[in-house]
Structures are given as structure tokens and as C-alpha cells.
Ligand binder design. Structure first.
Ligand SMILES: Nc1ncnc2c1ncn2[C@@H]1O[C@H](COP(=O)(O)OP(=O)(O)OP(=O)(O)O)[C@@H](O)[C@H]1O
Length: 325
């Protein structure tokens, strides 16, 4: 199996809203290696869910992929036929949504829904597999007979993860799978996802608002702002030395569980309207380190040590003359 599982290049998604399309994902690049856990963070509305849906090719109108490619084991999902995509979903990659209650069919038992997923593929699956995947996520297989409303919120999310594991895919895409749960259930589900990932070796792309979750569970971190990736790198490197002022702001806005108590500071202002983003750097109207070039020049992603940062402070031709303390 090649190491490179997913290669997203220049991916752009627009919501066609009339005069000014909303560019929710703007020329995003992302690499995921086999078995890797990649966290995607950023404020509400920055395009995280749209990115995941675009990767899984699950977008519907008015959203449309207007450019770029999503290569999964070298095959471009963007140009792939719906038939081929349907055969790959669940088998090669699966998606776990924010709310299992919305994703599961309320009038079918969990077992019947597992069977539907199995029947939709030409794969031979052992009869015991549904029971086996439920056990894997800590649910008694007796609940194959249960309907979604008979399970707790945590169990429903676990059942969704079990369904995502039916064919042991190489990639599971998760959109805030724990956000509807209380902190204790959230933690225990995360620990379980991580254990399963280690045991079964699948890769995860995981969207969350929760910086403490990604700090504990993800290998790599993608920080998104206004439809763009503004920082990308190993999670530890980003947490230890954030290279983008927005990442710094996000880190200062959440409490550290073990570190010394420090006053939390938010990020002043609010994210821009994606139908009409500010010129130059999109974060500059809110950035404490902005300087005169920031509204004039659109930054690229620059290599800064172990991470990449979309900040002009790190642009080789600009930074030395404009160093801001
Ligand atoms: N149907 C739609 N029509 C127009 N714009 C949309 C539509 N759905 C989403 N958007 C816009 O696309 C942008 C990205 O939305 P998206 O849901 O991907 O963000 P997000 O980071 O996942 O947010 P959250 O964390 O709140 O789930 C937002 O600015 C949103 O307003």
C-alpha cells in the first residue's frame, strides 16, 4: 500500500448564491498519509464541513467544486463517475457526520441499516461482521435490533462509527462526531476512535472546534480561516510554535488542561463575508501583527521550520524588512 492516501490539490468550492458566489473552500491543498490522524480546526463558517464534503464528493447544489482535484490512491474523486464513487464509499472511505440522528434512518433498525450498506456493495461480507463492528465500538450486538431512538446520543455516534468500519476502509472522514455529546462521553468516544485507528490502521480527517481534542488526538493539524488553509503541520509543532497569528489567537482562546492558568483572550472581530473577503491577507483586519503590506499582498503558504503558514511575516522577500516583534 502506498503511503500517500489522499492528495488534495487546489480544491475550490463555491456556493452559487447569485451575484457574488461564496468561495467556501479556496485553493486548498492537503495531504493525508495512510494511518494518519489529521485535525481540521477554525471558527464557524471557515469552510471545514464544505472541505470534508467536497473531499467525499457529497456536496449538493448550490455548492459546486469549481476547481482542483482530490486524489485517493491516485484516482481523482472529482472527475469520477457517481457509480464508481458509490462503490468506493463505505468500502474505501466513509464519512461520519456531526449528528448520527440525522444520518441514521429513524424507521429502520441498526442491523437493517448495516445490511443496506452491505447490500449496496458487491463485496462478500461475513454474516458476523455487523455484530463484530458493534462490539469494536463497545456496543452489545443485541442493539442490531434497536432503532436509533432507543440508543443514547453516544451510542448512536458509536453505531455510525461501527457502520463506517463495516468494510474496514482506509480513510474515515469525521465532521465533529463528538460535538453533540457531553464532555465525558466525548472523551471516551475520542479515546475509542484513536484506539480503533491504531488497531485497524485507517486514516482520519477530523473536523472540530475543540483545540484540546486535536491537541491530544491528531498527528497533523490544518488551521482554516475564511476558506483557506492558513497553517498546516505536525500538531505538536503548531501547538508549540504557532506560525500564523490566527493559530496563535485560537490557541490563546482555549484553556490548557494541564498547563498554568492564564487568562483566555478571544480573537477580536469576526470572520469575513466569504462572498466579499478583504483584500490581501484575509485575517489582516483582525490581526494584531498586521503591517502595511498585509491588505495589499495575498500571502501564500510559506515554509516556517516544520510548518507552513499563510502569513506575510514569513514571506522570504518581505519578512526581513518588516519583522514585527
Ligand atoms: N447552502 C449554502 N449557501 C450559501 N452559503 C453557504 C451554504 N452553506 C454554507 N455556506 C457558507 O459556506 C461557508 C462555509 O460553511 P461551512 O459549513 O463549510 O463552515 P464550517 O467551518 O464547517 O462551519 P461550522 O463550524 O459552523 O460547521 C460559510 O461562510 C457558509 O455561510
Amino acid at each position: 500500500m502506498p503511503d500517500q492516501l489522499l492528495e488534495v490539490r487546489d480544491l475550490t468550492v463555491e456556493y452559487d448564491t447569485g451575484a457574488h458566489p461564496v468561495v467556501a473552500v479556496d485553493h486548498v491543498d492537503l495531504d493525508v498519509q495512510a494511518g494518519e490522524f489529521v485535525g481540521v480546526v477554525g471558527e464557524s463558517g471557515c469552510g471545514k464541513s464544505t472541505l470534508l464534503f467536497a473531499i467525499a464528493h457529497l456536496l449538493s447544489s448550490p455548492a459546486e467544486i469549481t476547481g482542483g482535484s482530490v486524489k485517493f490512491f491516485g484516482q481523482d474523486l472529482v472527475t469520477m463517475s457517481e457509480k464508481k464513487l458509490a462503490s468506493m464509499r463505505w468500502r474505501d472511505f466513509s464519512v461520519v457526520m456531526q449528528s448520527a440522528m440525522n444520518a441514521l434512518n429513524p424507521v429502520k433498525s441498526i442491523g437493517a441499516q448495516f445490511q443496506d450498506t452491505i447490500m449496496a456493495h458487491d463485496e462478500v461480507v461475513d454474516d458476523n461482521r455487523p455484530a463484530e463492528v458493534l462490539r469494536l465500538v463497545g456496543i452489545d450486538p443485541i442493539h442490531l435490533k434497536s432503532y436509533p431512538h432507543q440508543l443514547s446520543g453516544g451510542m448512536r455516534q458509536r453505531a455510525m462509527i461501527a457502520m463506517a468500519l463495516l468494510f474496514t476502509p482506509d480513510l474515515i472522514i469525521m465532521d465533529e462526531p463528538t460535538s453533540a455529546l457531553d464532555v465525558v462521553a466525548q472523551r471516551s468516544l475520542m479515546v475509542q476512535i484513536k484506539e480503533l485507528q491504531r488497531k485497524l490502521g485507517f486514516a482520519v480527517i477530523f473536523v472540530t472546534h475543540d483545540m484540546s481534542l486535536v491537541s491530544h488526538f491528531s498527528d497533523k493539524l490544518v488551521v482554516m480561516y475564511a476558506g483557506q488553509v492558513v497553517e498546516f503541520g505536525a500538531t505538536r509543532a503548531v501547538f508549540d510554535h504557532p506560525a500564523h497569528p490566527y493559530s496563535e489567537g485560537l490557541l490563546d482562546a482555549f484553556p490548557s488542561i494541564r498547563g498554568p492558568k492564564v487568562p483566555l483572550t478571544g480573537i477580536p472581530g469576526s470572520p469575513p463575508n466569504l462572498a466579499d473577503p478583504p483584500p490581501g491577507c484575509r485575517f489582516q483586519p483582525r490581526c494584531p501583527k498586521a503591517f502595511e503590506d498585509c491588505p495589499k499582498i495575498e500571502p501564500e503558504l510559506y515554509q516556517v521550520g516544520a510548518v507552513q503558514s499563510r502569513c506575510l511575516l514569513h514571506a522570504p522577500s518581505i519578512a526581513p524588512a518588516r519583522e514585527v516583534s
